[in-house]
Design a protein around this ligand. Structure first.
Ligand code: ADP
Ligand code: ZN
Length: 739
């Protein structure tokens, strides 16, 4: 089909032998169409070829696309492609995927393509970098300690960059330069080491009967076209082992595989397990991977040299050449939704990519989303269950503490019963985890004298005290200021009090009660990034920590073999925030975090501190019967026509001027085409009314499932008065966050 889409027109210059090819190019700007360009003499370009073209006064990177070039343009005015990149063309599947995501999210396709073509460095074959080599014999005129150190390192006869060699030898680069000048070290060019290939023939773990059944269904589907699976297995049931088998099969068939994870912090443990199974680490893809490595990975993925990628949601937009399998691990996790720029849900788009490219996709979780479960009921996904832990260990016993009657004294957050349990756990030499989904020391700081509260300048949010850092921080925009010694309003010193608990404050209480215990706060904002978190997770895994106090970071995916007690400081947190998925999210989080207890040896205990033990979510958790929770939740979704029974979109209207944003949201609401199948709610001030200095209003659009929501929105937005004066309208299909 490729050839038919490209056509040639006569070059206006009149030399009829010289025909210039004209092609449509998708460029990374917010318009809904391609632009036509002349192809340079001597080239014949196919769709997918990555090119550099002039656009306005700039040069941009784009890709030759399908569709017709515009032949009505005066050939003399057509601009020419100025560079054709020497990288494999983007496959037809990826081009269709880009178009599909654009149409689904109502984003310009060029902006989606931009997520594929992130780094220009990746588009050219890697250039070797200058380095040095020692032949093992040449000697300097005079040997010094520093020179000796360099030559000892260089004795391995490998090429080194000057900087790396100097660093390894613990000397300055001038020592290396001195040896170069004398001809002891020779100048060479070095290329990156080729990426190692995972070996599918290595044996995996001996699977249990249950695991074997599930794994054989999966492996049989590899190479056999699209199916979406929901792998629903309790924590510790071996979901990872099972999907590793499917990856092994994809590798045996010469295909590539992708494992998506919601959080970078989870990759370290999985990389290690992957290496154990396949003899080498897979490629990693997320925002913290250094530039040169990213470029190498991108190219490796495009050429199919890289076989397996573990990555965050953005890995879905890598230019895979022969992708044959995707796992979306922890599919229930909200982090799969990108909320800004192109708002997409990587979990759902992974299923779309599988559908377009005809390969199976697995969504894995111990607490699947209500949506995925309903998709199973409706026959859209196929269910694979692992109801038992691989170790045979029992699931933890859950109890609650009614904080109204059995709570701690004022200013404390851990009830006496939980304290007793902690003491017993430590006495047994086991580990305990206290969970509170609130970073920092206290969620609100106020002045005891005048009542002043610290408010973010840009957002409708209180500043959160981080005592370790000595700062007040906005968790929405990152704004921070040093914690002042006195109240800025009334000037009174020592009058500021912290209200409510954050993890740092709970840690304080724990250290007070157990001064001899090894206590660790695990929170995403403690500095040091993913590396530090990975190190700390390892400490816990190795039993170097007695009590962990953590935010939702610890709820996810990790195996802590010696953990037997999980205490949830505030089980009600998150239930009352106006989010239609609040109950579901709370249920998942509680089940995940308590599921950390006793994973290997059993005898785990989970304790929920609550002011509302009769709340249905808490009751469902305590009953140990998830089905009852899902049944109630499914019913209420059905009655409210919420996804996946109905379709939902949010329009967020924002401006720096509050009135202006409000006025335009009304105008927009009024200009909606009349349609009795569509319900429009709002405009309402968004729950987070102000974010990063912009005021936000929200319209919610609800329709039944079999309705072309995108088509409706498109014609609405096209006919509505255009937003002006700094107004922005953001469309969010199937919103996950209602802030
Ligand atoms: P999940 O992903 O469902 O939480 P994992 O795959 O992480 O479960 O398995 C939990 C633990 O049990 C891991 O330490 C894993 O190595 C171990 N495990 C799983 N299946 C087996 C098996 N068949 N034999 C031995 N150990 C297993
Ligand atoms: Zn803020």
């Amino acid at each position: 089909m490729e050839q038919a889409d490209i056509f040639e027109v006569e070059n206006g210059a009149g030399a009829s032998q010289h025909r210039a090819q004209i092609v449509p190019v998708m460029v990374p700007v917010a318009v809904d169409k391609t632009y036509s360009y002349k192809v340079p003499q001597g080239f014949h370009l196919e769709p997918g070829t990555v090119v550099k073209v002039p656009l306005g006064g700039q040069l941009v990177i784009g890709a030759v696309w399908e569709g017709e070039a515009d032949t009505s343009l005066d050939p003399k005015k057509l601009r020419e492609i100025i560079h054709v990149y020497d990288c494999p063309p983007l496959s037809e599947n990826i081009r269709r995927f880009v178009d599909w995501v654009a149409a689904w999210t109502l984003s310009p396709p060029g902006m989606v393509l931009r997520m594929v073509l992130r780094s220009e460095e990746a588009l050219e074959p890697e250039r070797p970098v200058p380095g040095v080599l020692w032949d093992g014999e040449s000697e300097p005129d005079r040997i010094t300690a520093a020179r000796k150190a360099v030559l000892e390192i260089a004795a391995n006869r490998m090429g080194w960059t000057k900087a790396a060699l100097a660093e390894a030898a613990g000397v300055s680069t001038s020592v290396v330069d001195g040896l170069r000048k004398q001809g002891v070290l020779q100048d060479i060019e070095i290329a990156s080491k080729p990426l190692p290939v995972p070996d599918p023939t290595r044996p995996g773990k001996q699977l249990t009967e249950q695991q074997r059944e599930v794994s054989s269904i999966l492996t049989q589907q590899i190479g056999q076209g699209f199916t979406a699976f929901l792998l629903d297995g309790v924590t510790g049931s071996g979901k990872t082992e099972v999907y590793f088998e499917a990856i092994a099969e994809a590798l045996r068939q010469g295909q590539q595989a992708l494992i998506l994870l919601p959080e970078i912090a989870l990759t370290a443990q999985l990389l290690e397990r992957f290496e154990e199974r396949f003899g080498t680490k897979p490629a990693e893809w997320h925002s913290k991977v250094p530039g040169r490595r990213r470029a190498q990975t991108w190219r490796g993925v495009a050429s199919s040299e890289v076989k397996v990628v573990i990555g965050a949601r953005s890995a879905l937009f890598l230019p895979f050449k022969q992708l044959g399998f995707i796992v979306v691990d922890e599919e229930h996790d909200g982090a799969y939704k990108q909320d800004d720029r192109v708002p997409y849900n990587a979990r759902d788009m992974a299923v779309v990519l599988g559908h377009i490219s005809a390969f199976p996709v697995v969504l894995a979780s111990a607490t699947p989303t209500v949506e995925s479960r309903i998709n199973v009921e409706m026959g859209r996904y196929r269910l694979l269950s692992l109801p038992e832990r691989a170790s045979g260990a029992a699931l933890p016993t859950l109890t609650s503490i009614d904080m109204r009657v059995d709570g701690p004294e004022r200013g404390k957050w851990i009830a006496p019963q939980l304290m007793t349990r902690l003491r017993e756990t430590l006495a047994n030499g086991d580990q305990a985890l206290l969970f509170l989904n609130r970073r920092g020391y206290a969620p609100l700081t106020l002045c005891r004298t005048c009542g002043h509260r610290f408010h973010c300048e840009n957002c409708s949010a209180w500043l959160v005290e981080h005592r370790f850092k000595g700062k007040l921080v906005c968790h929405h925009c990152g704004y921070s200021q040093p914690t002042p010694p006195a109240c800025p309003e009334c000037g009174r010193a020592d009058s500021l009090v912290a209200c409510g608990p954050g993890v740092e404050r709970v840690a304080e209480e724990v250290i007070d009660a157990f001064p001899e215990a090894r206590v660790l706060v695990l929170s995403s904002d403690m500095g040091g990034g993913a590396e530090r978190i990975a190190k700390e997770m390892k400490l816990v895994e190795d039993g170097e920590v007695d009590i962990v106090i953590g935010t939702q970071l610890v709820a996810k995916g990790h195996n802590f073999p010696q953990l037997t007690l999980v205490g949830v400081i505030d089980a009600d947190l998150g239930l009352a925030n106006g989010d239609p998925r609040a109950a579901e999210k709370t249920y998942q989080l509680m089940a995940q975090v308590t599921g950390r207890a006793g994973r290997i040896h059993g005898k785990g205990v989970g304790i929920l501190q609550t002011y509302n033990p009769e709340q249905p979510v808490i009751r469902a958790l305590l009953s140990g019967n998830p089905e009852s929770f899902y049944a109630v939740e499914t019913e209420s979704r059905k009655n409210a026509a919420l996804p996946p029974f109905g379709r939902l979109a949010a329009l967020i209207i924002s401006a720096e001027d509050r009135l202006w944003a409000e006025k335009y949201s009304r105008v927009l609401a009024q200009s909606a085409p009349a349609c009795e199948q569509v319900t429009i709610l709002g405009p309402a001030e968004a729950a987070m009314a102000q974010v990063r200095g912009r005021f936000r209003f929200r319209l919610l659009v609800m329709t039944r499932r079999a309705f072309d929501l995108q088509g409706f929105l498109r014609s609405w937005l096209q006919s509505a008065p255009p937003p002006t004066r700094g107004l922005r309208v953001q469309v969010d299909i199937d919103p996950q966050s209602f802030l």
